[in-house]
Design a binder for this molecule. Structure first.
Ligand code: B12
Length: 215
């Protein structure tokens, strides 16, 4: 029998091997062994994606590898879905969060993780998906009366669109009642301060801690 640490290490290796079937199998094995789905996502799948990202930047992996790794991760996370929903169902409503990847940007893995962890922490999450028009964030925030609007940007060319969120929420007259939250690999606390965003989240754990403090 594999130990919990071994199962998590194998789950990480499955992503690094670009193997969706194995990732799904290991996700199931982890659930059967009583490992928390959060643990598998953070220490298995996400740890692997971070390594893939580093290797892509170093030029030792290429775009098809990155796509294959993200597909393997999705296959694993899909198996964890029902277990994750159960975790979320047990907590109380803390507030409404509209979240999505900003206009022009199709990177969704990090945003999906943040959205999942917020659901687990008891927030009502409205996940708008990726490449979301600024106006759609504002309209959704108005429609549901969101306490927080969170945007993910993975590229220096799209993080500038986070400025538009600040401006359009002001124009719509709801900026004062809405906290803005920004994240994504190129985004920093400095950037958040510079554009006037309320919250910067470095990773999913950081986001959950900061929002729990506020609400
Ligand atoms: C995976 C990936 C892809 C996948 C995305 C699959 C998917 N469904 O998401 C694919 C292959 C599709 C892709 C495509 C492209 N990519 Co790409 N991609 C990456 C890669 C390797 C990893 C990103 C990732 O998923 N990381 C793992 C997750 C878990 O981490 P994360 O996203 O940072 O999220 C964490 C935190 O940032 C934070 N967070 C994230 N979102 C949010 C939101 C909020 C509100 C908060 C508070 C926190 C938060 O919490 C998360 C969890 O801990 C990065 C490299 C890197 N180091 O980031 C390049 C990278 C982002 N890509 C890049 C590029 C250039 C592209 C392409 C243009 C490539 C091309 N030539 O076609 C296209 C983009 C097209 C477009 N219009 O968007 C560049 C961007 C460079 C720049 N200008 O800044 C990078 C940096 C690689 C590089 N060094 O060149 N990519």
């Amino acid at each position: 029998m594999a130990t919990n640490e071994e199962i998590i290490a194998n789950a990480k290796a499955a992503i690094l091997d670009f193997d969706p079937e194995l990732a799904a199998e290991l996700a199931q094995e982890a659930l059967d062994a009583g490992i928390s789905p959060v643990d598998i996502i953070e220490n298995g799948f996400t740890a692997a994606m971070t390594e893939v990202g580093d290797q892509f930047e170093a030029g030792t992996l290429f775009l098809p590898h990155v796509i294959a790794a993200s597909e393997a991760m999705s296959a694993g996370v899909e198996v964890l879905g029902p277990a994750l929903e159960k975790l979320g169902g047990e907590s109380e409503g803390r507030g409404k969060v509209v979240i999505g990847t900003i206009e022009g940007d199709i990177h969704s893995i990090g945003k999906d993780i943040v959205a999942t962890m917020l659901k687990i922490a008891g927030f009502q999450v409205f996940d708008m998906g990726r490449d979301v028009l600024i106006n759609d964030f504002v309209e959704k925030a108005k429609e549901v009366g969101a306490q927080v609007v969170g945007t993910s940007a993975l590229m220096t060319t799209t993080m500038v669109n986070q400025i538009q969120i600040e401006e359009q929420l002001k124009e719509a007259g709801i900026r004062e009642n809405t906290k803005t939250m920004v994240g994504g690999a190129p985004v920093t606390q400095d950037w958040a301060d510079q554009i006037g965003a309320d919250i910067y989240g470095e990773n999913a754990g950081d986001v959950v801690n900061k929002l729990k403090e506020l609400f």
